[in-house]
Write a protein of this length. Sequence first.
Length: 343
Amino acid sequence: MDCRPIALRVTELARISGIGKPAVSMALKGVANAPEKLELAGGKIVGILPETVQEFLLARGQANLAKNSLIVLSTQTGGCGKTSSCINLAAAARRMTSRQSAIVLIDADSQASLSLQASGTAAGDDEPILLSWIEGKVKSVADLLTQVGENVWLIRSNLNNAFLDRAMGRPQLIKTAATKLVRELIDHFGSGTKILVDTPPQLSSIGQSFIVATAAMNQDEVGTLLVPIRLDDFGIKGAQIAISEANEVVNAFFNTSVKALCFVNGFDQRTKNSVRTLSAITRNPVLNDFLAPVAIRHSSEIARSIARRSSVFTDYKNATTIGADYMDLLLSALGCERDERTE
């Protein structure tokens, strides 16, 4: 998975930190002679490497960037950008967090769209997949992992994952299966691990299990359900069902509500449909309380990135706006709200 360019521009760091570009440049002068921290050209800063970005943001109160995190993308409708969001959130994380911390993508959907996008191919029939883990046929999580970037890893899928629901016939597995996998991945990779999960676009036991895993994260960790909303009435209904079902399953096991964010995908303020649908979402009694402070705006770069099997950041000259949306969405999912991103 191509996450390039890894380095952030000064203007990007200024925007996400909430302080001015001159103040960012001044703060970075102290590390200007450290090539492992910055990219320089003619004495000017042209790129800020992920380790420096994380250090800069941690010093300004964004402690969640360094925490173990689980982000689960789930909805009940197809065509809402769930898989592309998973890819681009992972790429955003690679640009904003230390490369010593692993990023793990889990493809829990038998369609294997995430596997195809991130690695170019679905898992082979003899390759360990999520189903193999559930059935106890995998000795170590290491056997599930394929490296697809700089400390970016993928658990691939194939059509055999269609049997996941049958393998998870016991309700107790919904509570334990995904949580156990997440814990073993964190133990394997260590502190700061970021895990992103692409779930099937329908009610499923494996999807519910990963939603439960977000609630099972420790107090010093982050667990968030992200629900993309397609810009039509069917998309709104699907997101509403996803939130309601997630709340029900989390409440059943933990007697609490799910931590979730809904976000509009493909928003275009020039079209009446986008404006009308966003208005309907804000009036929806279920979704409004979970609505993220950022929407993913319409961009042709998303389709191009899918075609070249990369992230929107690869051709960042033409994707500045959409790239900013995904970075903002990641910060929101991690609990770094915009009003907290100040000096």
